[in-house]
Design a protein around this ligand. Structure first.
Ligand SMILES: [Zn+2]
Ligand SMILES: [Zn+2]
Length: 333
């Protein structure tokens, strides 16, 4: 029982503050932090995600618990002069994202890292709330999260390429990865599934390779770290999220039950995936390059002539008061 043995199982001296079900250990805060940092370092080195201390790294962050954890860990493992933070301001309505961004800026500044903010308006000329309204009027049948995700990914890659970053790191955690893995399996999307592998190739020279250093860290661990470190976190959620009963939400629920019954389940699933899928991932290296969009020249999916971003722009152009166009590349800093 945790209450009867308050000493850390790792260092044997400090008072334990956390129980880690997948290892069965009770840990003090210092050992818990070190455990996370070490596991991230191992994952980075195992797959050659980046050259620690050398690679020019862009951290694409929102400002939530996972974001702060990634920044905190990378500030210890990597050279802070070789990294910058980008956050995309969507403009979903309500002030919560602005508070989150201010919070992220303060946090990053304490590690000497700059935060660059690029908004949907900067890139496309309209905010997400306007795009969603126009999409409803035009009966486009795309969900707010789809528009948001498509544009956000585009802006992150565009910014990273423009400013010469070699890698983009996102703060996806273990729970995110296994949920996405199951979603791809249920949809029969083998390609999408293989893309989750850390050795999956980038299929275009115009795509900056993306890495997920936290992919073996549980979501509860980033939440616990944020709580124990006393990091301030905004509690509001995006006002545009309407359907909680999404496929992802159902999968998340099932996975939590499995994890609760067999601690370490998610970790084993992703470990198996990494090992068993390796031969298939290697076959991806022979695939042709992604086609480029006829309108904007950005990479798009196989079989497409016009990318999804241009498709959204074309569909909504007349529904919005301002003309929708893509931003011109800005000069290198
Ligand atoms: Zn300890
Ligand atoms: Zn395009």
């Amino acid at each position: 029982m945790a209450s009867e043995a308050p000493t850390c199982d790792r260092c044997g001296s400090e008072r334990a503050v956390i129980y880690q079900p997948h290892t069965g250990r009770r840990l003090c805060l210092k050992c818990f932090e070190e455990d996370i940092v070490e596991r991230v370092r191992r994952e980075i080195e195992r797959w050659g995600m980046l050259r620690l201390g050398k690679t020019r790294l862009l951290l694409a962050l929102s400002g939530g618990k996972d974001s702060l954890t990634l920044l905190y860990v990378m500030a210890q493992l990597h050279d802070v002069n070789r990294m910058a933070v980008l956050t995309v301001y969507e403009g979903a309505g309500g002030g919560y994202r602005l508070r989150e961004i201010e919070n992220l800026k303060r946090f990053a500044k304490s590690y000497g890292v700059d935060v660059e903010v690029v908004s949907f308006r900067d890139y496309i000329g309209a905010e997400l709330a306007e795009l969603v309204r126009a999409a409803r009027e035009a009966k486009l049948g795309v969900k707010p999260c789809t528009i948001c995700g498509t544009l956000r990914r585009r802006i992150i890659n565009w910014y990273a390429r423009l400013h010469g970053f070699e890698k983009v790191a996102t703060a996806h955690n273990l729970d995110d990865e296994v949920q996405t893995l199951y979603m791809n399996i249920l949809r029969g999307d083998l390609d999408g599934m293989l893309r989750l592998h850390p050795l999956a190739p980038t299929l275009s020279d115009k795509l900056v390779p993306r890495i997920k250093p936290l992919r073996k860290i549980y979501e509860w661990e980033t939440a616990a770290l944020a709580y124990l470190k006393g990091w301030r976190l905004p509690v509001e959620a995006c006002p545009l999220i309407t359907e909680e009963a999404s496929l992802r939400a159902h999968i998340r629920e099932v996975l939590y039950r499995l994890e609760w019954r067999q601690p370490g389940f998610l970790l084993r699933v992703l470990e198996n995936f990494d090992r068993e899928m390796l031969p298939l991932v290697k076959q991806l290296y022979g695939k042709p390059r992604l086609p480029l969009c006829e309108k904007c020249g950005e990479p798009t999916s196989y079989g497409r002539r016009v990318c999804r971003v241009c498709e959204i722009i074309d569909a909504l152009r007349e529904k919005l008061s301002r003309p929708l166009t893509l931003a011109e590349p800005r000069p290198q800093r």
